[in-house]
Each structure stands twice: as C-alpha cells, then as structure tokens.
Ligand binder design. Sequence first.
Ligand code: NAD
Length: 509
Amino acid sequence: MTLTTTPSTTPSTTPHIPHWIDGARREGASGRTGEVTDPATGEVTGHVALAGVEEVDAAVASAAAAFLAWRDTSLARRTAMLFRFRELLNARKPELAAIITAEHGKVLDDALGEVSRGQEVVEYACGVPSLVRGGFTENASTGVDVHSVRQPLGPVAVISPFNFPAMVPMWFFPIAIATGNTVVLKPSEQDPSAAVWLAELWAEAGLPDGVFTVVQGDRVAVDRLLEHPDVRAVSFVGSTAVARHVYETGTRHGKRVQALGGAKNHMVVLPDADLDLAADAAVNAGFGSAGERCMAISAVVAVGGIGDDLVARIAGRTATLRTGDGRKGCDMGPLISRRHRDRVASYVDAGELQGADVVVDGRQVTPDGAEDGFWLGPTLLDRVAPDMSVYTDEVFGPVLSVLRVDTYEQAVALVNANEYGNGTAVFTNDGGAARRFQHEVEVGMIGVNVPIPVPMAYYSFGGWKNSLFGDSHAHGADGVHFYTRGKVITSRWLDPSHGGLDLGFPRNG
Ligand code: NAD
C-alpha cells in the first residue's frame, strides 16, 4: 500500500474511503486524501480521507454525545449487542478477509485467521457482566458495608497499524464498548476499508450512533486525538518511535495511554530440540504474513553446534514456498508498499555487505502475481552478527536471520540485550531448560515449542521494554481494567444508635 497525500482536490476515479461519524459514512472535508493500493498489483484502488482537526473534533463530539446514554445502557442490553455483532461477524468474515487481502496483501487464509483472533476478543467481551463485577463486604465495621464498582471512562481513541487492520482494532474496541465507553478508531491510512466495514457491521447489529466512530487520517488526526480534552484514554499500536510519541504526548495531556510498539522476536533453539519441528516453526513464524507481524520470528538463535543442520532444514523448507497474489492460494503475499518492500530489501543488501551468508535470496523471487506487485520472497541469512543492521533494527519483512551461539547463557544474554521484548520462543525437549528460560528472559510473551505465542483473548497481550509504553497490556483482564476506573462505596443505613459527635479519624469497630 502506498500513500500519497494530495494537497487539495479529491480524485474521483477510484472509490473514496470515508470516515464513519454519527452512524453514517462521511466524506472527507480537509481536502487531503491518501492513495490506497493493492499490493499484489501495485494499482491504486481507492483514496482515503485524511482528517483535519475539525473532522477529528466532530468525531470526538459524536462519541462524547453518545457516551452518557451508552454508559447507562444496562449490561444486559450491551451484552445482547455484542452477541449480535459476534454473530454477524462470524457469518460474514470472508467479506472482511477479502477486504484485508485487497489492501494489505496477506493471503486470504491468513486474513481469515486475523479476523478469527479478533472475534475471540468479541466473545470474551460478551462476558462483560462478570468481567466488571465488583466486590461487596458486609459489616466491615458495625453496620457498615463496603462495595466496589468499575465505571467507564468516556470517549476513548484506538489508533492502529497497517499489519492487522481488523484484529488489532478488535483487541480494544469490543472491551471498550462492552464496558460502557464510546470509541473513536483511527485506522492505518494504508488499509483503511476494514474499519468502515466493521462500523457498518456495528450499525447493523443496532449499536447507537456515536458509540463506534471511525476517523480516517494520518499524524494530523493522531495528534489531535492525543490533545483533545474529551478523549479519556488512548490505545495505540505501531512502531516504537510513534508509540513513544503517543505515550509521551497522551500522558502529558492527562490521558490513560497504552502504546504497543515494535518488536524483534528471537527463537532460541537448544541442541536437544527436534530440529524438524523447529525448522517448520521458524519458516511459519518467519514468513507468514510476509514477516509483517509484530510476533513474527525475526532471529533464530542456534545454540551449541546445531547451526549447519538447522539452517539446511530451514533452507529446504523455505525453497518450497510460493510467493504471490494472496487470492491465488500462495503461501506468502506481497509487502504493504513499494517503499516498505525496498526498505526491507535494503536490509538484506546491508547484511550481505556486512558479511552475512545469503542462503535463500528473496530478492530474486519469481512471484505468482502481477509485475508491479510489491514482491520480496522469503529470505534466509546465516551467520548474522549482533551488530549488523538486519539484526539491530526491526525489519518487518520476510527475512529470517540465523545467529549462532555456543551456550544457553549466551542465547539468553542476546535476547535480553535487545531493546525490544515483545515475543520469544524456546525450542527444546528439556522441561528444566524451558522453565529456566521463561523465568530468566525479559520478554512479555513466551512460547515453549510455540513460535508465535499470541495470548488468548482472556489473557493479555503485550511486550516489555521498547515494545510497550504504559502499564496495561491489551485485552484480557488488563483490557477491562484499562477501560474502567474503580470506585469504592462505604455505606451505613442510619438508625438512632448511630448518633453522637466524634471528630476522630474513622476506625473499625
Ligand atoms: P506506524 O507507527 O507507522 O503507524 C501506526 C499508526 O500511527 C497509524 O495509524 C499511523 O497513521 C500513525 N502514525 C504514523 N506516523 C505517525 C506520527 N509520526 N505521528 C502520529 N501518528 C503516526 O506503524 P505501521 O507501519 O502502521 O505498523 C507496523 C509497526 O507496528 C511495526 O513496528 C510493528 O512491530 C508494530 N506493531 C506492534 C504490535 C504490538 O503488539 N506490539 C502489533 C502490530 C504492529
């Protein structure tokens, strides 16, 4: 997907991708649009509105107006709404998957998988009555009861990246809506249509206008959301540089912020591991979605002399993969944009220059797809050193680097020295080694013989270090906590025995 900002008029030859405000599609009013492309053909397929400050303000005003009534809508009614949304999504998810493939490029089956993982959060949010249930203590002091409740915050913003145009927004909005907030979603301008489709699905489910709003745009929209006084909380997912900016700006403006950033995920393979299973896992987790996953494996760490064997097994599997148009049953699709494709390829060039062995070269790929697609085939680099840019930077493409170390300790030290701490995996048949690894490694999500350990919806998703700014991870209990605030009520129903003056600090009695 390429993005070109046109300064004034909106081109009319391709579909316009609008905002969704007050329960309806709204054409852009700022005069700025971005090109949306099909990455498998390179063709411009649409123009997305890029909001100015006034459009963001209109979106937030709509969300603020809807909040009071939505907050007071009973849990029973909110739950019923979520169930209706879930049923519609489940029945129609192939439509959404096709939209994702057309704008993002990932293969259809992978797009369906993304929707299903998002749907799991909707299903979790269907349990909102028990998720927000408070506590009650009778007779905490004589005749005094105490209870706690959790209440929604108000309008909240969700700002999402290009790589999961449906799943990442669904990490957040089902729980935010279920707990009584109203949501303004600002999707990536590179694949913006999924958000509008989801808004229309909410409308079909009967959600009141203003509870779910989509404002299309770029950094102008993000910065306005971060500063807007009526936005109470921001959930952001994207690159680390922008996540840091979002966290610092949002918190400076008094908002609750969770900002999930970039990643560099290591897969540590110990000498006793089943190398066939490890090679399968490395290929699946390295090249699925063309490596454009925040939980993709980017670095394989071969421990203790297994390097040649492991590389040979990974290379053999990599050579069988078919790169091409995601609608044609290929294994791997194109990258999101020409610019991103060239950036990823430049890391392969740099690694080669710096001394890595290019074992499988995706720059030479012959794709099953149009000539102008943004193609880069699966690439395997061996003997990558920790100071090479292909290792130090997040590459976010189909490039698997193999690093070799002698010992378990060196492998853990390598992972822990990395600035990112999103996901990691260890491959071993030794339970003691796996247990030690999960205890010692400084990473938020860990797989033991599982290469992409994305937590289920009822756990929380989030990394450590530069992979997440803020205290709360996404969905699960953290999600419910993030979108609600607590109140504790201490009550006594008076009778004549409670009379009398006492200026002392209240004590239990
Ligand atoms: P990005 O940071 O370029 O964009 C993310 C969002 O921020 C988009 O909505 C974009 O419009 C907006 N944005 C971009 N530049 C901005 C700026 N200067 N100021 C304000 N807003 C700005 O990220 P991307 O390229 O869309 O997505 C890929 C990145 O997201 C990768 O780094 C990947 O690791 C990360 N990611 C992380 C997770 C996670 O869970 N940690 C999940 C998915 C993606």
